[in-house]
Design a protein around this ligand. Structure first.
Ligand code: NAD
Length: 401
């Protein structure tokens, strides 16, 4: 089959390389730099091996392009574009709408359209289908389906092949077609009764994580005030063999999913008249962790950080990836600067960020560890400054949450 994948980021490129084992794949992206790098066999995504990409390019099973005409006559089109929030934290579907315009204008034969971008229940039925029909004059009978992506960047034990994949079509024909497509490279397909259930399940999965992370972050503050170790207490609670799931405290949440998706659910809740106070509060607790961390560091250092030099160690939003989207390190740096500190950062995987280069480890009065990668030597981190505060629980001998 000819498969076109709109958006060649974490989700789109990951799907592209798996699908290219079985199909002819066109990776459409509006970013010329991304497209040029991909066609040169260079992957910009953790978990997508450049050698695998280069093999697909050499065999002709994958090609990246910025030319929308190349999606014509596709059998399947997958939408994998960003779904961020607006400034006032409302769903921003502008990228999805732009993708629909491209599909509507350039796909002139009937195809299966699958949305993998995370969005609220009703997106495929009430937005994607009408939007594509608007631009294709509604004359082409496409099939529509949703299959939310669950890729966890940097993870190797669960991938496209073995992670159970939810799916649902707008009708039985679309459900069968979407199953046929994914079963060429996914082992475990789970059909649900409607696209709305699949869309809501994806939002709930990430809201579950956000709320539990907020809960453990609040508990870390309670444990500290009680003078007990949050880590020892969590390990103790985790000996219960049922009804408990361990989440670890941190400087906050980051990435494209956890800080964003719950707000899509909260927005949906508001539209159907249900107050989502719990979701909103979890978001606030996680955002407030940066200030809590900086207040703890200041308290340990004579009550003020004025004139102190602080190095933030690890700025990506989680270990072993270079992704800095929505990283809590940004908020920690803001709070440190607000407290009067001069701030540098060091990250073994991120070379430049916000226009600044990573600095070599050491040379500051204080180090604050936000993320610890496997390649970063914890023993070197503890020696890097006279005072080290660790939000990861992995640096032995450091002050911690
Ligand atoms: N990153 C993850 O771990 C993850 C996991 C599950 C679901 N998701 C969801 O998948 C979707 C995509 O996320 P991502 O992380 O892959 O984003 P990304 O930012 O890594 O990549 C998106 C790509 O889409 C391109 N793009 C934007 N608008 C376009 C358009 N109109 N036409 C063509 N290309 C366009 C961008 O240039 C970019 O290369 C989002 O809805 C996200 O919530 C992401």
């Amino acid at each position: 089959m000819k498969i076109s994948i709109i958006g060649q980021g974490y989700v789109g490129l990951t799907i592209s390389v798996f699908a290219a084992d079985h199909h002819s794949v066109v990776g459409f992206d509006k970013n010329q730099g991304v497209v040029d790098a991909l066609n040169a066999g260079k992957s910009h995504i953790e978990g997508v091996d450049s050698a695998v990409l280069a093999r697909h390019i050499a065999s002709g099973s994958f090609k990246a392009t910025t030319n929308p005409e190349e999606i014509a006559s596709s059998d399947v089109v997958v939408i994998a574009v960003p779904t961020p929030l607006t400034k006032d934290r409302k769903p921003d579907l502008s990228f999805v709408e732009a993708a629909c315009k491209t599909i509507g204008e350039y796909l002139k034969t009937p195809a299966l359209i699958i949305n993998e971008s995370t969005s609220f229940p009703g997106t495929v039925r009430n937005l994607i289908k009408p939007e594509i029909e608007k631009y294709s004059s509604g004359t082409i009978a496409h099939m529509y389906a949703v299959s939310p992506e669950r890729v966890d960047p940097g993870r190797t034990d669960w991938d496209q092949k073995n992670t159970p994949r939810l799916y649902a079509g707008l009708n039985t024909e679309a459900s069968k077609a979407v199953r046929d497509f994914y079963s060429t490279f996914c082992d475990n397909l789970v059909e649900v009764s409607s696209p709305e259930v699949a869309e809501a399940a994806k939002l709930f999965e990430n809201t579950f994580r956000q709320v539990n992370i907020a809960l453990v972050n609040e508990f870390a503050q309670i444990a500290h005030a009680l003078g007990i170790s949050v880590y020892e207490t969590l390990a103790a609670a985790a000996t219960k063999p049922y009804g408990f799931m361990k989440f670890m405290p941190s400087a906050g949440v980051g990435g494209h999913c956890i800080p964003v998706d719950p707000s899509y659910l909260a927005d949906t809740a508001a539209r159907v008249g249900v107050p989502a106070t719990f979701i909103e509060r979890a978001n606030e607790v996680n955002l407030e962790m940066a200030k809590y961390v900086v207040d703890r560091v200041a308290a340990d250092n004579g009550g003020s950080l004025k004139g102190k030099s602080v190095q933030v160690v690890g700025v990506s939003y989680k270990s072993n990836v270079a992704d800095v989207r929505e990283t809590p390190a940004g908020l920690v740096i803001e709070e440190l600067k607000r407290a009067g500190a001069t701030v540098t950062w060091s990250d073994d995987l991120v070379s430049t960020w916000m226009g600044e280069p990573s600095t070599p480890l050491g040379g500051s009065d204080i180090a604050v560890v936000v993320t610890l990668h496997s390649v970063t030597d914890a023993a070197a981190v503890i020696k890097s400054a006279p005072y080290v505060f660790d939000t990861t629980g992995k640096v032995k001998g450091a002050h911690s949450l």
